[in-house]
Ligand binder design. Structure first.
Ligand SMILES: C[S@@+](CC[C@H](N)C(=O)[O-])C[C@H]1O[C@@H](n2cnc3c(N)ncnc32)[C@H](O)[C@@H]1O
Length: 281
C-alpha cells in the first residue's frame, strides 16, 4: 500500500476518533487568541479568519480547501467570508460528515465537499487553470509525500493575484535537539503513527512556495522559541489516552508520540500566505 492509501485508511478510524475528541475542527488555533482565554476551537476560528482576511476572500469569490476533514474549517470560512468553497478530501467518510455539517449550517448551496483520488493532489487536473480566488489548507499538506507538486498544482489553479493560505505541522531544531538524528528521534514516531509523509521546516515551505512561483507574504512559526502546546489543553489528555473506539491504541500512540515531540520543542506549527502574481496559465 502506498503512503497516500495508508493516509486514507488511517482516517477510517482517526476520523471518528478526531470527531469524538475535537469535534469538527482539527487544526491548531491562533496562540494569541488562546492566550486571551479563547477555547482551542474559538482560537482555530480566529486563525481561519486571519488567513482568509489575508487572502482577501469575500462574497462571490471561489475558494478550494485542500484536506477538508469533516468540514469545520471550510464551513466557517464560507460563513465568515461569503465566498463559495469546495472542500477536498481523499476519504469519502470524512466528506460525508462534512456535507452533513454544511447542510446543518444552511450552507449546502455554497459549500461542496468532494472526495478525490489519493494522488490527484499532484496535478489537481479536474480543474482548469485560474479557477479559484484562493486555496486554503489546514494541517493536510503534512500528509503528502509530494508537497511541492501540490503547491505547483495549486498555483496553476489560482487566478493571478489569488492567494494560497494555510497552516501546517513543521519540525525544527530546538534546545539540545539540533541534529537531524536528534530531531528524527522525536518526529519519526509522529510521522509513523499519524501517517505523515515527513515534516518540513518553515524554510522548506518557503522554498517550495517560491520554487512553485508564489510571492510569499507570510511564513510564521506560530510558537517561536517556545515548545508548541497550542490547542492542547492538559485537561484533554485523559480523553485522548483513554480513547477506546476503533483504532484506540493507535490514536493513543499518536498522542504519546506528538506530545513527546511537543515537549522536546522540535514540533511546531507554521502559518503561510502566498500569492500568485503572474498572469500565465
Ligand atoms: C488533519 S485532517 C485536516 C482537516 C481539516 N483541514 C481541519 O483542519 O479540520 C487532514 C485532511 O487531509 C486530507 N488528505 C490527506 N492526504 C490527502 C490526499 N492525498 N488527497 C486529498 N486529501 C488528503 C485528509 O483526507 C483529511 O481530510
Amino acid at each position: 500500500m502506498g503512503h497516500e492509501q495508508r493516509v486514507r485508511a488511517f482516517y477510517d478510524y482517526a476520523g471518528p476518533a478526531y470527531e469524538a475528541l475535537m469535534d469538527d475542527v482539527w487544526h491548531h488555533g491562533d496562540p494569541v487568541a488562546e492566550a486571551r482565554g479563547l477555547s482551542p476551537q474559538q482560537a482555530a476560528r480566529a486563525l481561519e479568519e486571519r488567513l482568509v482576511r489575508l487572502a482577501g476572500l469575500g462574497p462571490g469569490d471561489r475558494a478550494l480547501d485542500f484536506g477538508s476533514g469533516v468540514g469545520g474549517a471550510t464551513v466557517h470560512m464560507a460563513a465568515f467570508t461569503g465566498a463559495t468553497f469546495v472542500g477536498l478530501s481523499n476519504n469519502e467518510g470524512l466528506s460525508q460528515r462534512a456535507r452533513r455539517l454544511a447542510a446543518e449550517r444552511g450552507l449546502a448551496d455554497r459549500v461542496q465537499f468532494l472526495t478525490v483520488g489519493d494522488e490527484d493532489y499532484t496535478t489537481l487536473a479536474a480543474w482548469p487553470g485560474m479557477s479559484f480566488d484562493a486555496i486554503t489548507f489546514y494541517e493536510s499538506v503534512c500528509h503528502l509525500p509530494h508537497k511541492e507538486r501540490f503547491f505547483r498544482s495549486a498555483h496553476r489553479l489560482l487566478k493571478p493575484g489569488g492567494a494560497l493560505v494555510g497552516v501546517d505541522w513543521l519540525q525544527r531544531p530546538f534546545g539540545a535537539h539540533r541534529t537531524p538524528e536528534e530531531i528524527a528521534r522525536f518526529i519519526d514516531p509522529v510521522n509513523d503513527t499519524i501517517r505523515l509523509a515527513g515534516l518540513g521546516t518553515l524554510h522548506d515551505y518557503e522554498s517550495m512556495l517560491e520554487d512553485a512561483g508564489y510571492h510569499v507574504t507570510l511564513a510564521e512559526d506560530l510558537f517561536p522559541g517556545v515548545p508548541c502546546w497550542g490547542s492542547t489543553p492538559p485537561e484533554d489528555r485523559p480523553k485522548w489516552l483513554g480513547y477506546d473506539g476503533p483504532g484506540g491504541e493507535l490514536i493513543q500512540a499518536g498522542k504519546h508520540a506528538l506530545d513527546a515531540a511537543r515537549g522536546a520543542g522540535v514540533f511546531t506549527v507554521g502559518a503561510f500566505a502566498a500569492h500568485r502574481l503572474d498572469s500565465a496559465s
